[in-house]
Design a protein around this ligand. Structure first.
Ligand SMILES: Nc1ncnc2c1ncn2[C@@H]1O[C@H](COP(=O)(O)OP(=O)(O)O)[C@@H](O)[C@H]1O
Ligand SMILES: [Mg+2]
Length: 373
């Protein structure tokens, strides 16, 4: 690729559209963060994958840093806004140790690895068994270090992208799920930091757990464009038009004629659309013999329909979860009491029974010195 093509491609990659859903979610998130009570609130930004959440989070970071520019100018040690990813769990559950370590490293905390010196701590506290240390106390030590760091660095806002990874627990393990959010909430409370969780609709599981958990949090929805709504359909077409006009190559694509196909191949999500165009543009520039930049060419780099079906289903389920109930339904609850709530919501889920192998005894101690009869 020559330097002219490279520059043209980069210009298109950097091109950003301030579309209506983004502007609305961005303003709502910024207002929620700025208005957080004593800085001890959790703001949840939820939306489907590929809608543009990460890009929006980067924008929030920039705006908030400007907010605190004066304060941090006077105190060079301060990190007013800290941004990071919640990395997916390697095992079944999210790793808090990994999270705290990354948080400390990102904030420039020295000797993070020393805070993990399990064996040395073992020498100091020889009466505590090592296994216990490895499982709990390392995470505890790191949590305390992370809390201290957030306090000392006067972090006002901690933005965690891909935060749905933090809620990775074993299937149907509601107690662990509740613990995950409790841990996030107490980090916010202990350090007076506003925590912004950015992620997919999976984050909404927090809200469904209990009223107490959501009291200190605010949910911001960043949705895709829904073609069943006439206004949203027009808005998506508007963004498509802007992207097509900005494409640095000659093409025959139309935001009117090709609307349906573009919509179908993106689920109405701006990030998926942008990534698709960037992918095609890159292959176009790489090609020695230039192909026509038309729908057939674009289709080679589109997501397949099965992947889109998964994305669309997740989006529809998430939108459904966020849809509020009617006031009538609420009145019915007040008047009818628990009888109107579906049974599965009232009964706590039964603990899962461990499965054993038929014919094999479960391990347990036999009584010593007594005949087994
Ligand atoms: N408003 C926008 N204008 C231009 N490009 C965008 C916009 N929103 C998202 N993108 C681009 O689309 C791609 C996917 O967006 P991303 O923020 O990663 O989505 P998400 O985090 O929701 O999965 C990224 O390359 C991003 O830069
Ligand atoms: Mg993202």
């Amino acid at each position: 690729m020559n330097t002219t093509d490279l520059a043209a491609q980069q210009k298109f990659v950097d091109y950003a559209v301030g579309h209506p859903h983004l502007v609305k979610a961005y303003d709502a998130a910024l207002a929620a963060i700025r208005g957080a009570n004593n800085g001890c609130q959790v703001v949840i930004v939820a939306g489907p994958t590929g809608v543009g959440k990460t890009r929006m989070a980067a924008g929030l970071c920039t705006s908030l840093k400007e907010d605190y520019a004066n304060e941090s100018g006077q105190n060079p040690e301060q990190i007013p806004v800290l941004y990071g990813n919640a990395v997916a769990a390697q095992g079944a559950c999210f790793s808090w140790k990994d999270f705290y370590t990354r948080l400390l490293t990102r904030s420039g905390e020295p000797m993070t690895d020393k805070k993990l010196a399990i064996d040395r701590q073992q020498n100091l506290f020889a009466d505590v068994t090592l296994a216990h240390y490895k499982q709990n106390s390392t995470a505890d030590a790191l949590r305390i270090a992370a809390e201290n760091c957030l306090r000392l660095r006067k972090v006002r806002c901690l933005i965690i992208d891909e935060a749905h990874h933090m809620l990775m627990v074993r299937k149907n393990d509601m107690a662990s799920l509740e613990f995950q959010f409790e841990a996030i909430k107490s980090l916010a409370l202990e350090t007076q930091t506003t925590i912004v969780l950015v992620g997919t609709y999976r984050l909404l599981d927090i809200r469904d757990l209990s009223g107490q958990l959501v009291r200190r949090s605010e949910i911001i929805h960043f949705p895709r464009y829904d073609c069943r709504d006439k206004d949203q359909k027009l808005q998506f077409a508007g963004v498509l038009k802007q992207f097509l006009e900005e494409l640095p190559v000659k093409h025959s694509l139309s935001h009117v004629r090709d609307f349906r196909h573009f919509y179908n191949k993106t689920s109405g999500e701006i990030g998926i659309l942008k990534d698709w165009l960037v992918r095609a543009l890159n292959r176009y520039y790489q090609a020695k013999k230039k192909p026509g930049f038309d729908m057939d060419f674009l289709d080679r780099y589109a997501l397949d329909n099965k992947a889109l079906r998964t994305i669309a289903t997740e989006a529809l389920l998430g939108e459904n979860k966020l849809a509020d109930i009617s006031e009538d339904a609420l009145s019915q609850l007040y008047m009818g009491g628990l009888a109107v709530i579906p049974e599965e919501q009232v009964k706590p889920s039964a603990p899962q029974k461990k499965k054993g192998t038929v014919g094999r005894r479960s391990p347990h101690r036999d009584a010593v010195g007594v005949a087994n009869v």
